[in-house]
Unconditional design. Structure first.
Lengths: 324, 316
Protein backbone atom coordinates (compact mmCIF):
# COMPACT_ATOMS: atom_id res chain seq x y z
CA UNK A 1 0.00 0.00 0.00
CA UNK A 2 2.86 2.35 0.84
CA UNK A 3 4.40 1.86 -2.57
CA UNK A 4 1.02 2.24 -4.24
CA UNK A 5 0.47 5.57 -2.49
CA UNK A 6 3.88 6.73 -3.62
CA UNK A 7 3.19 5.71 -7.21
CA UNK A 8 -0.21 7.42 -7.17
CA UNK A 9 1.48 10.58 -5.88
CA UNK A 10 4.10 10.24 -8.61
CA UNK A 11 1.36 9.75 -11.23
CA UNK A 12 -0.67 12.82 -10.28
CA UNK A 13 2.49 14.92 -9.94
CA UNK A 14 3.51 14.28 -13.55
CA UNK A 15 2.76 17.36 -15.59
CA UNK A 16 2.28 15.38 -18.81
CA UNK A 17 -0.32 13.20 -17.08
CA UNK A 18 -2.19 16.23 -15.74
CA UNK A 19 -2.19 17.85 -19.20
CA UNK A 20 -3.50 14.70 -20.87
CA UNK A 21 -6.27 14.35 -18.29
CA UNK A 22 -7.22 18.01 -18.75
CA UNK A 23 -7.19 17.44 -22.53
CA UNK A 24 -9.46 14.41 -22.12
CA UNK A 25 -11.86 16.43 -19.98
CA UNK A 26 -11.88 19.28 -22.48
CA UNK A 27 -12.50 16.99 -25.46
CA UNK A 28 -15.28 15.15 -23.62
CA UNK A 29 -16.90 18.46 -22.74
CA UNK A 30 -16.58 19.62 -26.35
CA UNK A 31 -18.20 16.45 -27.67
CA UNK A 32 -21.02 16.71 -25.13
CA UNK A 33 -21.48 20.39 -25.97
CA UNK A 34 -21.55 19.79 -29.70
CA UNK A 35 -24.02 16.89 -29.26
CA UNK A 36 -26.33 19.13 -27.24
CA UNK A 37 -25.97 21.98 -29.71
CA UNK A 38 -26.72 19.77 -32.70
CA UNK A 39 -29.89 18.47 -31.01
CA UNK A 40 -31.09 21.71 -29.48
CA UNK A 41 -34.85 22.34 -29.57
CA UNK A 42 -36.19 24.28 -32.49
CA UNK A 43 -37.02 27.88 -31.68
CA UNK A 44 -40.18 29.61 -32.84
CA UNK A 45 -38.13 31.80 -35.12
CA UNK A 46 -36.38 28.83 -36.74
CA UNK A 47 -39.74 27.09 -37.21
CA UNK A 48 -41.25 30.19 -38.81
CA UNK A 49 -38.26 30.44 -41.14
CA UNK A 50 -38.62 26.78 -42.15
CA UNK A 51 -42.34 27.17 -42.74
CA UNK A 52 -41.65 30.19 -44.91
CA UNK A 53 -39.24 28.10 -46.97
CA UNK A 54 -41.95 25.44 -47.36
CA UNK A 55 -44.45 28.03 -48.53
CA UNK A 56 -41.94 29.36 -51.01
CA UNK A 57 -41.47 25.91 -52.54
CA UNK A 58 -45.21 25.25 -52.61
CA UNK A 59 -45.81 28.50 -54.43
CA UNK A 60 -43.41 27.67 -57.25
CA UNK A 61 -45.20 26.73 -60.54
CA UNK A 62 -42.67 23.98 -61.29
CA UNK A 63 -43.46 22.26 -58.02
CA UNK A 64 -47.23 22.52 -58.57
CA UNK A 65 -46.81 21.09 -62.06
CA UNK A 66 -44.73 18.15 -60.76
CA UNK A 67 -47.25 17.50 -57.99
CA UNK A 68 -50.24 17.44 -60.34
CA UNK A 69 -48.30 15.19 -62.80
CA UNK A 70 -47.62 12.82 -59.94
CA UNK A 71 -51.20 12.88 -58.75
CA UNK A 72 -52.39 12.03 -62.29
CA UNK A 73 -50.12 9.02 -62.51
CA UNK A 74 -48.55 8.10 -59.16
CA UNK A 75 -47.30 4.69 -60.44
CA UNK A 76 -44.94 6.47 -62.83
CA UNK A 77 -43.30 8.11 -59.82
CA UNK A 78 -43.43 5.47 -57.15
CA UNK A 79 -43.97 2.19 -58.97
CA UNK A 80 -46.90 -0.19 -59.22
CA UNK A 81 -49.57 0.16 -56.57
CA UNK A 82 -48.71 3.76 -55.68
CA UNK A 83 -51.60 5.98 -54.62
CA UNK A 84 -52.31 9.65 -55.11
CA UNK A 85 -51.68 10.25 -51.41
CA UNK A 86 -48.07 9.03 -51.88
CA UNK A 87 -47.37 12.09 -54.00
CA UNK A 88 -48.30 14.49 -51.26
CA UNK A 89 -46.50 12.44 -48.64
CA UNK A 90 -43.24 12.27 -50.62
CA UNK A 91 -43.12 15.45 -52.66
CA UNK A 92 -44.61 18.11 -50.42
CA UNK A 93 -41.84 19.58 -48.24
CA UNK A 94 -42.25 19.87 -44.47
CA UNK A 95 -40.63 22.39 -42.10
CA UNK A 96 -38.36 19.71 -40.47
CA UNK A 97 -36.74 19.15 -43.88
CA UNK A 98 -35.27 22.64 -43.51
CA UNK A 99 -34.27 22.38 -39.86
CA UNK A 100 -31.66 19.66 -40.41
CA UNK A 101 -31.74 18.67 -36.76
CA UNK A 102 -33.02 15.72 -34.76
CA UNK A 103 -34.00 15.64 -31.12
CA UNK A 104 -31.61 14.29 -28.52
CA UNK A 105 -31.90 10.50 -28.56
CA UNK A 106 -29.80 8.79 -25.88
CA UNK A 107 -30.19 5.39 -27.51
CA UNK A 108 -28.72 6.76 -30.72
CA UNK A 109 -25.96 8.57 -28.81
CA UNK A 110 -25.07 5.38 -26.98
CA UNK A 111 -24.34 3.64 -30.28
CA UNK A 112 -22.46 6.58 -31.77
CA UNK A 113 -21.03 9.51 -29.82
CA UNK A 114 -20.95 7.55 -26.56
CA UNK A 115 -18.66 4.92 -28.10
CA UNK A 116 -16.53 7.66 -29.64
CA UNK A 117 -16.06 9.37 -26.27
CA UNK A 118 -15.01 6.12 -24.61
CA UNK A 119 -12.55 5.26 -27.39
CA UNK A 120 -11.05 8.75 -27.17
CA UNK A 121 -10.65 8.52 -23.39
CA UNK A 122 -9.18 5.02 -23.66
CA UNK A 123 -6.63 6.24 -26.25
CA UNK A 124 -5.60 9.10 -23.96
CA UNK A 125 -5.32 6.76 -20.97
CA UNK A 126 -2.96 4.54 -23.02
CA UNK A 127 -0.78 7.62 -23.46
CA UNK A 128 -1.02 8.34 -19.71
CA UNK A 129 0.26 4.83 -18.91
CA UNK A 130 2.95 5.16 -21.54
CA UNK A 131 4.28 8.54 -20.47
CA UNK A 132 4.19 7.57 -16.79
CA UNK A 133 6.41 4.55 -17.35
CA UNK A 134 8.48 6.21 -20.07
CA UNK A 135 9.45 9.13 -17.81
CA UNK A 136 10.98 6.75 -15.27
CA UNK A 137 13.19 5.25 -17.95
CA UNK A 138 14.00 8.53 -19.70
CA UNK A 139 15.12 10.28 -16.51
CA UNK A 140 16.89 7.20 -15.16
CA UNK A 141 14.93 7.50 -11.93
CA UNK A 142 13.91 3.85 -12.22
CA UNK A 143 17.32 2.73 -10.96
CA UNK A 144 17.07 5.22 -8.10
CA UNK A 145 13.68 3.82 -7.11
CA UNK A 146 15.06 0.28 -7.19
CA UNK A 147 17.78 1.33 -4.76
CA UNK A 148 14.97 2.02 -2.30
CA UNK A 149 12.72 -0.92 -3.17
CA UNK A 150 14.73 -3.69 -4.85
CA UNK A 151 11.75 -6.07 -5.17
CA UNK A 152 11.18 -5.37 -8.81
CA UNK A 153 7.83 -7.12 -9.16
CA UNK A 154 6.47 -5.02 -6.32
CA UNK A 155 7.65 -1.85 -7.99
CA UNK A 156 6.19 -2.98 -11.31
CA UNK A 157 2.87 -3.94 -9.72
CA UNK A 158 2.57 -0.74 -7.66
CA UNK A 159 3.11 1.39 -10.74
CA UNK A 160 0.68 -0.73 -12.75
CA UNK A 161 -2.06 -0.55 -10.12
CA UNK A 162 -1.53 3.21 -9.84
CA UNK A 163 -2.06 3.58 -13.60
CA UNK A 164 -5.05 1.22 -13.51
CA UNK A 165 -6.70 3.18 -10.69
CA UNK A 166 -5.77 6.57 -12.10
CA UNK A 167 -7.02 5.80 -15.60
CA UNK A 168 -10.13 4.09 -14.22
CA UNK A 169 -11.09 7.03 -12.00
CA UNK A 170 -10.49 9.59 -14.76
CA UNK A 171 -12.49 7.53 -17.27
CA UNK A 172 -15.30 6.94 -14.76
CA UNK A 173 -15.57 10.65 -13.96
CA UNK A 174 -15.49 11.74 -17.60
CA UNK A 175 -17.88 9.08 -18.93
CA UNK A 176 -20.28 9.62 -16.05
CA UNK A 177 -20.09 13.36 -16.55
CA UNK A 178 -20.81 12.99 -20.26
CA UNK A 179 -23.91 10.88 -19.72
CA UNK A 180 -25.18 12.92 -16.77
CA UNK A 181 -25.01 16.08 -18.88
CA UNK A 182 -26.79 14.40 -21.80
CA UNK A 183 -29.37 12.75 -19.52
CA UNK A 184 -30.20 15.97 -17.67
CA UNK A 185 -30.44 17.84 -20.95
CA UNK A 186 -32.84 15.23 -22.35
CA UNK A 187 -34.89 15.47 -19.18
CA UNK A 188 -35.01 19.25 -19.32
CA UNK A 189 -36.14 19.03 -22.93
CA UNK A 190 -38.93 16.69 -21.94
CA UNK A 191 -37.44 13.72 -23.83
CA UNK A 192 -38.19 10.45 -22.10
CA UNK A 193 -35.55 7.72 -22.01
CA UNK A 194 -36.64 4.11 -21.75
CA UNK A 195 -35.32 2.22 -18.69
CA UNK A 196 -33.67 -0.41 -20.91
CA UNK A 197 -31.78 2.32 -22.78
CA UNK A 198 -30.63 3.70 -19.44
CA UNK A 199 -29.40 0.23 -18.43
CA UNK A 200 -27.58 -0.16 -21.73
CA UNK A 201 -25.88 3.19 -21.21
CA UNK A 202 -24.81 2.21 -17.69
CA UNK A 203 -23.32 -1.11 -18.82
CA UNK A 204 -21.67 0.41 -21.87
CA UNK A 205 -20.12 3.03 -19.57
CA UNK A 206 -18.87 0.35 -17.19
CA UNK A 207 -17.29 -1.52 -20.11
CA UNK A 208 -15.88 1.77 -21.40
CA UNK A 209 -14.27 2.56 -18.06
CA UNK A 210 -12.80 -0.95 -17.95
CA UNK A 211 -11.45 -0.45 -21.48
CA UNK A 212 -9.82 2.87 -20.55
CA UNK A 213 -8.32 1.48 -17.33
CA UNK A 214 -7.10 -1.63 -19.16
CA UNK A 215 -5.76 0.55 -21.97
CA UNK A 216 -3.77 2.63 -19.49
CA UNK A 217 -2.41 -0.51 -17.88
CA UNK A 218 -1.55 -1.98 -21.29
CA UNK A 219 0.26 1.21 -22.33
CA UNK A 220 2.21 1.13 -19.08
CA UNK A 221 3.14 -2.55 -19.45
CA UNK A 222 4.22 -2.12 -23.05
CA UNK A 223 6.42 0.86 -22.16
CA UNK A 224 7.96 -1.02 -19.23
CA UNK A 225 8.80 -3.71 -21.77
CA UNK A 226 10.16 -1.40 -24.48
CA UNK A 227 11.57 1.10 -21.94
CA UNK A 228 10.73 4.02 -24.17
CA UNK A 229 7.63 6.19 -24.59
CA UNK A 230 8.46 6.73 -28.23
CA UNK A 231 8.80 2.97 -28.77
CA UNK A 232 5.27 2.34 -27.54
CA UNK A 233 3.80 5.29 -29.38
CA UNK A 234 5.59 4.19 -32.58
CA UNK A 235 4.10 0.72 -32.19
CA UNK A 236 0.60 2.14 -31.72
CA UNK A 237 1.09 4.50 -34.63
CA UNK A 238 2.29 1.65 -36.83
CA UNK A 239 -0.83 -0.30 -35.92
CA UNK A 240 -3.05 2.71 -36.60
CA UNK A 241 -1.33 3.32 -39.93
CA UNK A 242 -1.35 -0.17 -41.34
CA UNK A 243 -2.08 -2.78 -38.72
CA UNK A 244 -5.63 -3.48 -39.81
CA UNK A 245 -4.55 -3.77 -43.46
CA UNK A 246 -1.85 -6.27 -42.52
CA UNK A 247 -4.33 -8.26 -40.42
CA UNK A 248 -6.72 -8.38 -43.37
CA UNK A 249 -3.98 -10.10 -45.39
CA UNK A 250 -3.62 -12.93 -42.87
CA UNK A 251 -4.61 -16.06 -44.82
CA UNK A 252 -7.06 -17.30 -42.21
CA UNK A 253 -10.77 -17.78 -42.50
CA UNK A 254 -12.39 -15.18 -40.26
CA UNK A 255 -9.23 -13.12 -39.78
CA UNK A 256 -11.42 -10.14 -38.85
CA UNK A 257 -11.66 -11.78 -35.43
CA UNK A 258 -7.99 -10.87 -34.92
CA UNK A 259 -8.65 -7.17 -35.39
CA UNK A 260 -8.21 -5.17 -32.17
CA UNK A 261 -10.54 -2.47 -33.52
CA UNK A 262 -13.44 -4.86 -34.16
CA UNK A 263 -12.92 -6.47 -30.77
CA UNK A 264 -12.95 -3.09 -29.04
CA UNK A 265 -16.24 -2.28 -30.76
CA UNK A 266 -17.61 -5.72 -29.91
CA UNK A 267 -16.75 -5.05 -26.27
CA UNK A 268 -18.32 -1.60 -26.24
CA UNK A 269 -21.38 -2.29 -28.43
CA UNK A 270 -22.24 -5.65 -26.93
CA UNK A 271 -21.12 -7.45 -30.09
CA UNK A 272 -20.71 -6.32 -33.69
CA UNK A 273 -21.39 -7.74 -37.13
CA UNK A 274 -18.56 -6.96 -39.53
CA UNK A 275 -17.73 -7.61 -43.17
CA UNK A 276 -14.86 -10.08 -43.49
CA UNK A 277 -13.28 -10.43 -46.91
CA UNK A 278 -11.29 -13.47 -45.77
CA UNK A 279 -14.53 -15.48 -45.86
CA UNK A 280 -14.34 -17.13 -49.29
CA UNK A 281 -17.61 -17.57 -51.21
CA UNK A 282 -17.53 -20.51 -53.65
CA UNK A 283 -19.71 -20.58 -56.74
CA UNK A 284 -21.23 -23.87 -55.53
CA UNK A 285 -22.66 -22.20 -52.44
CA UNK A 286 -26.32 -21.29 -52.74
CA UNK A 287 -25.90 -18.37 -50.39
CA UNK A 288 -22.81 -16.85 -48.89
CA UNK A 289 -22.65 -14.38 -46.06
CA UNK A 290 -19.32 -12.56 -45.74
CA UNK A 291 -20.41 -10.92 -42.53
CA UNK A 292 -19.04 -12.14 -39.26
CA UNK A 293 -20.41 -11.73 -35.75
CA UNK A 294 -17.97 -10.88 -32.98
CA UNK A 295 -19.81 -11.20 -29.68
CA UNK A 296 -19.23 -9.34 -26.44
CA UNK A 297 -17.61 -12.47 -25.03
CA UNK A 298 -15.31 -12.78 -28.08
CA UNK A 299 -14.24 -9.15 -27.62
CA UNK A 300 -13.73 -9.57 -23.88
CA UNK A 301 -11.68 -12.74 -24.36
CA UNK A 302 -9.53 -11.22 -27.09
CA UNK A 303 -8.80 -7.99 -25.21
CA UNK A 304 -8.29 -9.84 -21.92
CA UNK A 305 -5.80 -12.30 -23.39
CA UNK A 306 -3.95 -9.49 -25.21
CA UNK A 307 -3.65 -7.50 -21.98
CA UNK A 308 -2.69 -10.51 -19.89
CA UNK A 309 0.09 -11.59 -22.26
CA UNK A 310 1.47 -8.05 -22.36
CA UNK A 311 1.40 -7.83 -18.57
CA UNK A 312 3.12 -11.18 -18.02
CA UNK A 313 5.87 -10.57 -20.58
CA UNK A 314 6.43 -7.02 -19.32
CA UNK A 315 6.67 -8.07 -15.65
CA UNK A 316 8.97 -11.02 -16.33
CA UNK A 317 11.31 -9.02 -18.54
CA UNK A 318 11.43 -6.19 -16.00
CA UNK A 319 12.29 -8.68 -13.29
CA UNK A 320 15.20 -10.18 -15.24
CA UNK A 321 16.74 -7.47 -17.37
CA UNK A 322 19.52 -5.18 -16.16
CA UNK A 323 18.34 -1.68 -15.32
CA UNK A 324 20.44 1.15 -16.69
CA UNK B 1 40.18 2.77 9.48
CA UNK B 2 38.11 -0.38 9.73
CA UNK B 3 36.42 -0.70 13.09
CA UNK B 4 36.69 -4.48 13.08
CA UNK B 5 37.45 -7.42 10.86
CA UNK B 6 33.92 -7.64 9.41
CA UNK B 7 33.42 -7.19 5.73
CA UNK B 8 30.58 -5.01 4.49
CA UNK B 9 31.11 -6.01 0.87
CA UNK B 10 32.47 -9.31 -0.32
CA UNK B 11 32.46 -10.74 -3.81
CA UNK B 12 33.85 -14.10 -4.85
CA UNK B 13 34.51 -14.90 -8.48
CA UNK B 14 32.14 -12.15 -9.57
CA UNK B 15 31.88 -12.21 -13.33
CA UNK B 16 29.82 -10.26 -15.82
CA UNK B 17 29.72 -10.65 -19.57
CA UNK B 18 27.74 -8.59 -22.03
CA UNK B 19 26.89 -9.34 -25.59
CA UNK B 20 27.18 -6.50 -28.02
CA UNK B 21 24.54 -6.01 -30.70
CA UNK B 22 26.82 -7.83 -33.11
CA UNK B 23 26.98 -10.79 -30.75
CA UNK B 24 30.54 -10.18 -29.54
CA UNK B 25 31.20 -11.11 -25.92
CA UNK B 26 32.57 -8.40 -23.66
CA UNK B 27 33.86 -9.21 -20.20
CA UNK B 28 33.10 -6.27 -17.93
CA UNK B 29 34.01 -7.90 -14.62
CA UNK B 30 36.39 -10.83 -14.59
CA UNK B 31 36.09 -13.16 -11.59
CA UNK B 32 36.49 -10.32 -9.12
CA UNK B 33 37.19 -11.07 -5.47
CA UNK B 34 36.52 -7.87 -3.58
CA UNK B 35 36.56 -7.39 0.17
CA UNK B 36 35.61 -4.10 1.78
CA UNK B 37 36.16 -3.89 5.53
CA UNK B 38 33.66 -2.23 7.83
CA UNK B 39 34.31 1.39 8.82
CA UNK B 40 36.01 4.29 7.12
CA UNK B 41 36.17 5.20 3.47
CA UNK B 42 37.27 2.51 1.04
CA UNK B 43 38.38 3.55 -2.42
CA UNK B 44 37.37 1.56 -5.46
CA UNK B 45 39.88 2.72 -7.97
CA UNK B 46 40.24 1.92 -11.62
CA UNK B 47 40.47 3.59 -14.99
CA UNK B 48 37.30 4.34 -16.94
CA UNK B 49 35.79 1.12 -18.28
CA UNK B 50 37.57 -1.08 -15.74
CA UNK B 51 34.31 -2.52 -14.36
CA UNK B 52 33.74 -0.39 -11.26
CA UNK B 53 30.22 0.73 -12.10
CA UNK B 54 29.19 -2.73 -13.32
CA UNK B 55 30.41 -4.24 -10.06
CA UNK B 56 28.44 -1.68 -8.06
CA UNK B 57 25.34 -2.21 -10.18
CA UNK B 58 25.54 -5.95 -9.58
CA UNK B 59 25.93 -5.43 -5.84
CA UNK B 60 22.84 -3.23 -5.81
CA UNK B 61 20.69 -5.60 -7.87
CA UNK B 62 20.53 -3.37 -10.94
CA UNK B 63 22.47 -5.88 -13.05
CA UNK B 64 22.65 -9.67 -12.86
CA UNK B 65 26.05 -11.32 -12.55
CA UNK B 66 26.94 -14.01 -15.06
CA UNK B 67 28.77 -15.92 -12.31
CA UNK B 68 30.01 -15.52 -8.77
CA UNK B 69 28.75 -14.73 -5.31
CA UNK B 70 28.22 -11.42 -3.53
CA UNK B 71 27.52 -10.37 0.03
CA UNK B 72 26.41 -7.01 1.36
CA UNK B 73 26.58 -6.46 5.13
CA UNK B 74 27.05 -10.19 5.56
CA UNK B 75 23.95 -11.17 3.57
CA UNK B 76 24.07 -12.93 0.21
CA UNK B 77 22.70 -10.71 -2.54
CA UNK B 78 20.66 -10.38 -4.67
CA UNK B 79 18.62 -12.96 -2.69
CA UNK B 80 18.60 -10.91 0.52
CA UNK B 81 18.79 -7.51 -1.11
CA UNK B 82 15.36 -6.41 0.19
CA UNK B 83 16.57 -7.05 3.74
CA UNK B 84 19.87 -5.20 3.42
CA UNK B 85 18.91 -2.29 1.16
CA UNK B 86 17.33 -0.49 4.10
CA UNK B 87 20.89 -0.12 5.44
CA UNK B 88 22.57 0.73 2.15
CA UNK B 89 22.58 4.09 0.40
CA UNK B 90 23.94 4.43 -3.11
CA UNK B 91 24.48 6.88 -5.92
CA UNK B 92 25.28 5.13 -9.19
CA UNK B 93 26.89 7.29 -11.87
CA UNK B 94 24.87 10.50 -12.33
CA UNK B 95 22.11 11.47 -9.88
CA UNK B 96 18.79 10.37 -11.33
CA UNK B 97 15.64 12.18 -10.27
CA UNK B 98 12.47 13.43 -11.91
CA UNK B 99 13.51 16.77 -13.47
CA UNK B 100 10.12 18.49 -13.16
CA UNK B 101 9.75 17.72 -9.44
CA UNK B 102 11.34 19.87 -6.74
CA UNK B 103 14.29 18.48 -4.84
CA UNK B 104 12.08 18.02 -1.82
CA UNK B 105 9.33 16.26 -3.80
CA UNK B 106 11.87 13.82 -5.21
CA UNK B 107 13.18 12.99 -1.75
CA UNK B 108 9.74 12.81 -0.18
CA UNK B 109 8.57 10.22 -2.70
CA UNK B 110 11.65 8.08 -2.07
CA UNK B 111 11.26 8.50 1.69
CA UNK B 112 7.62 7.44 1.62
CA UNK B 113 8.55 4.37 -0.45
CA UNK B 114 10.57 3.07 2.48
CA UNK B 115 8.36 4.46 5.25
CA UNK B 116 10.74 7.22 6.30
CA UNK B 117 8.99 10.24 7.89
CA UNK B 118 9.11 13.73 6.39
CA UNK B 119 11.42 14.99 9.16
CA UNK B 120 14.14 12.72 7.79
CA UNK B 121 13.88 14.58 4.47
CA UNK B 122 14.52 17.89 6.22
CA UNK B 123 17.43 16.40 8.15
CA UNK B 124 19.01 14.92 5.02
CA UNK B 125 18.59 18.18 3.10
CA UNK B 126 20.21 20.09 5.95
CA UNK B 127 23.05 17.57 6.15
CA UNK B 128 24.03 18.20 2.53
CA UNK B 129 23.48 21.97 2.71
CA UNK B 130 20.41 22.11 0.50
CA UNK B 131 18.05 23.68 3.03
CA UNK B 132 16.45 26.71 1.45
CA UNK B 133 16.86 25.37 -2.10
CA UNK B 134 14.66 22.30 -1.73
CA UNK B 135 11.58 23.92 -3.26
CA UNK B 136 13.34 24.55 -6.57
CA UNK B 137 12.83 22.18 -9.46
CA UNK B 138 15.52 19.53 -9.81
CA UNK B 139 16.16 20.49 -13.44
CA UNK B 140 17.24 23.94 -12.29
CA UNK B 141 19.87 22.58 -9.92
CA UNK B 142 23.58 22.89 -10.62
CA UNK B 143 25.58 19.66 -10.95
CA UNK B 144 26.87 20.11 -7.43
CA UNK B 145 23.35 20.51 -6.04
CA UNK B 146 22.23 17.43 -7.94
CA UNK B 147 25.06 15.43 -6.39
CA UNK B 148 24.18 16.77 -2.96
CA UNK B 149 20.55 15.81 -3.46
CA UNK B 150 21.63 12.31 -4.50
CA UNK B 151 23.72 12.01 -1.35
CA UNK B 152 20.78 13.37 0.69
CA UNK B 153 18.64 10.59 -0.80
CA UNK B 154 21.14 8.00 0.39
CA UNK B 155 21.08 9.49 3.89
CA UNK B 156 17.31 9.11 4.20
CA UNK B 157 17.79 5.52 5.23
CA UNK B 158 20.48 6.29 7.86
CA UNK B 159 22.71 3.79 6.07
CA UNK B 160 25.49 1.65 7.49
CA UNK B 161 27.03 1.43 4.03
CA UNK B 162 27.22 4.16 1.42
CA UNK B 163 28.22 3.36 -2.14
CA UNK B 164 29.16 6.41 -4.16
CA UNK B 165 30.08 6.01 -7.80
CA UNK B 166 32.21 8.87 -9.12
CA UNK B 167 30.43 11.43 -6.91
CA UNK B 168 32.61 14.37 -7.95
CA UNK B 169 32.28 13.89 -11.71
CA UNK B 170 31.63 17.17 -13.45
CA UNK B 171 31.80 19.31 -10.32
CA UNK B 172 33.69 22.58 -9.99
CA UNK B 173 36.63 22.72 -7.54
CA UNK B 174 34.49 24.10 -4.71
CA UNK B 175 31.88 21.39 -5.27
CA UNK B 176 34.57 18.70 -5.33
CA UNK B 177 36.00 19.96 -2.05
CA UNK B 178 32.57 20.04 -0.40
CA UNK B 179 31.65 16.53 -1.51
CA UNK B 180 35.02 15.12 -0.41
CA UNK B 181 34.66 16.77 2.97
CA UNK B 182 31.18 15.35 3.30
CA UNK B 183 32.42 11.84 2.42
CA UNK B 184 35.27 12.09 4.90
CA UNK B 185 32.88 13.24 7.62
CA UNK B 186 30.48 10.41 6.86
CA UNK B 187 33.32 7.91 7.05
CA UNK B 188 34.45 9.35 10.36
CA UNK B 189 30.84 9.31 11.59
CA UNK B 190 30.64 5.52 11.51
CA UNK B 191 29.29 4.93 8.02
CA UNK B 192 31.34 2.69 5.75
CA UNK B 193 31.74 4.46 2.42
CA UNK B 194 32.75 2.73 -0.80
CA UNK B 195 34.01 5.50 -3.02
CA UNK B 196 34.37 4.50 -6.64
CA UNK B 197 36.63 6.83 -8.52
CA UNK B 198 39.19 7.07 -11.28
CA UNK B 199 40.74 10.11 -9.63
CA UNK B 200 43.85 9.05 -7.74
CA UNK B 201 44.23 12.19 -5.70
CA UNK B 202 40.65 11.86 -4.50
CA UNK B 203 41.19 8.32 -3.27
CA UNK B 204 44.49 9.19 -1.64
CA UNK B 205 42.98 12.23 0.10
CA UNK B 206 39.77 10.66 1.28
CA UNK B 207 40.19 6.90 1.61
CA UNK B 208 41.68 4.75 4.33
CA UNK B 209 41.88 1.65 2.20
CA UNK B 210 41.60 0.95 -1.49
CA UNK B 211 40.92 -1.78 -4.04
CA UNK B 212 42.37 -1.21 -7.47
CA UNK B 213 40.83 -2.88 -10.51
CA UNK B 214 41.77 -2.97 -14.15
CA UNK B 215 40.08 -4.83 -17.01
CA UNK B 216 37.51 -6.15 -14.55
CA UNK B 217 40.14 -7.80 -12.32
CA UNK B 218 41.32 -6.98 -8.85
CA UNK B 219 44.91 -5.76 -9.09
CA UNK B 220 45.62 -4.80 -5.50
CA UNK B 221 43.80 -4.17 -2.26
CA UNK B 222 44.71 -2.90 1.20
CA UNK B 223 45.43 0.19 3.25
CA UNK B 224 46.58 3.08 1.10
CA UNK B 225 49.92 3.42 3.00
CA UNK B 226 50.61 -0.30 2.71
CA UNK B 227 49.99 -0.33 -1.03
CA UNK B 228 52.22 2.66 -1.55
CA UNK B 229 54.89 1.09 0.64
CA UNK B 230 54.77 -2.24 -1.20
CA UNK B 231 55.30 -0.66 -4.54
CA UNK B 232 57.95 1.76 -3.35
CA UNK B 233 60.88 2.07 -5.70
CA UNK B 234 64.17 2.47 -3.90
CA UNK B 235 65.05 6.01 -4.85
CA UNK B 236 66.83 8.68 -2.88
CA UNK B 237 66.80 12.38 -3.53
CA UNK B 238 70.20 13.96 -2.97
CA UNK B 239 70.87 17.68 -2.60
CA UNK B 240 74.46 18.93 -3.04
CA UNK B 241 76.20 22.21 -3.86
CA UNK B 242 77.68 20.87 -7.13
CA UNK B 243 75.21 18.47 -8.70
CA UNK B 244 77.29 17.91 -11.88
CA UNK B 245 80.29 16.68 -9.91
CA UNK B 246 78.12 14.59 -7.66
CA UNK B 247 76.36 13.01 -10.66
CA UNK B 248 79.71 11.92 -12.13
CA UNK B 249 80.78 10.38 -8.81
CA UNK B 250 77.53 8.49 -8.32
CA UNK B 251 77.49 7.21 -11.91
CA UNK B 252 81.04 5.92 -11.45
CA UNK B 253 79.63 3.96 -8.51
CA UNK B 254 77.18 2.40 -11.06
CA UNK B 255 73.99 3.84 -9.68
CA UNK B 256 71.29 5.29 -11.93
CA UNK B 257 71.25 9.02 -11.49
CA UNK B 258 68.76 11.51 -12.89
CA UNK B 259 68.54 15.26 -12.43
CA UNK B 260 65.55 16.80 -10.67
CA UNK B 261 66.24 20.54 -10.80
CA UNK B 262 69.26 21.22 -8.61
CA UNK B 263 68.91 17.86 -6.91
CA UNK B 264 69.70 14.32 -8.02
CA UNK B 265 67.53 11.22 -7.83
CA UNK B 266 69.60 8.12 -7.24
CA UNK B 267 68.26 4.64 -7.88
CA UNK B 268 69.93 1.35 -7.08
CA UNK B 269 71.73 2.15 -3.84
CA UNK B 270 71.11 -0.51 -1.20
CA UNK B 271 71.61 1.92 1.69
CA UNK B 272 71.51 5.69 1.82
CA UNK B 273 74.82 5.83 3.70
CA UNK B 274 76.56 4.28 0.65
CA UNK B 275 75.68 7.46 -1.23
CA UNK B 276 76.95 9.83 1.48
CA UNK B 277 80.14 7.79 1.84
CA UNK B 278 80.88 7.86 -1.89
CA UNK B 279 80.31 11.59 -2.13
CA UNK B 280 82.21 12.46 1.04
CA UNK B 281 85.22 10.53 -0.30
CA UNK B 282 85.37 13.13 -3.12
CA UNK B 283 84.86 16.08 -0.75
CA UNK B 284 81.23 16.53 -1.78
CA UNK B 285 78.97 17.00 1.19
CA UNK B 286 75.30 16.18 1.18
CA UNK B 287 72.84 18.83 2.36
CA UNK B 288 69.64 16.88 1.60
CA UNK B 289 69.03 13.13 1.59
CA UNK B 290 65.40 12.09 1.28
CA UNK B 291 63.94 8.69 0.38
CA UNK B 292 61.54 9.16 -2.54
CA UNK B 293 58.12 7.85 -1.54
CA UNK B 294 55.91 6.38 -4.24
CA UNK B 295 52.44 7.94 -4.32
CA UNK B 296 49.22 6.19 -5.20
CA UNK B 297 49.45 7.52 -8.71
CA UNK B 298 52.65 5.61 -9.46
CA UNK B 299 51.22 2.48 -7.85
CA UNK B 300 48.05 2.81 -9.85
CA UNK B 301 49.80 3.46 -13.14
CA UNK B 302 52.16 0.55 -12.62
CA UNK B 303 49.36 -1.85 -11.73
CA UNK B 304 46.98 -0.80 -14.48
CA UNK B 305 49.75 -0.84 -17.11
CA UNK B 306 50.68 -4.35 -16.03
CA UNK B 307 47.02 -5.34 -16.23
CA UNK B 308 46.62 -3.88 -19.72
CA UNK B 309 49.73 -5.68 -20.91
CA UNK B 310 48.45 -8.91 -19.40
CA UNK B 311 45.03 -8.46 -21.05
CA UNK B 312 46.64 -7.75 -24.42
CA UNK B 313 48.87 -10.82 -24.12
CA UNK B 314 45.87 -12.98 -23.24
CA UNK B 315 43.76 -11.69 -26.12
CA UNK B 316 46.58 -12.20 -28.62
Amino acid sequence: MRLLRVELARLVSRRAVVLIVLGAALLTALIAGSTLWDSRPVTAGELAQAEAQVQEVLSQPDFQRDLSTCQNGPEAFFGPGAQEADCEANLVPRPENYLNRSALDLDEQQQGTGVGVVVLIAALMIIVGTTFAGADWATGSMSNQLLFEPRRLRVWAAKGVAVLLGAGVVAAVLVTGFWVVLGLSAQSRGIATAPEVRDQIVWMSVRGVALAAGGGLGGYALTMLLRHTVGTLALLFAYAAGGEAVLALVPLDGSARLSPTYNVFAWLRHGVRVFDQSVVCRPSQASCDQRLTISLLDGATYLGVLLLVTLIVSALVFRRRDVP
Amino acid sequence: MPANGDLVIETTGLHKEFRTRRGRRVVAVDHLDLAVPAGGVHGFLGPNGSGKTTTIRMLLGLARPSEGRMQLLGQPVPRHLPAVMARVGAVVEQPKFVPSFTGRRNLTLLAHAVGVPNQAVDTALAQVGLSGRERERYKGYSLGMKQRLAIAATLLKSPDLLILDEPTNGLDPAGIRDIRTMIRELGEGGVTVLLSSHILAEVQQVCHSVSIIGNGRLLASGAVEDLVGEQQVKQVRVGVADPDAAQRVLQEARWRVTRDGDALVVEGAEHAEDITRALAARQIYVRELTPVRADLESVFLQLTQDSSLHARRESS
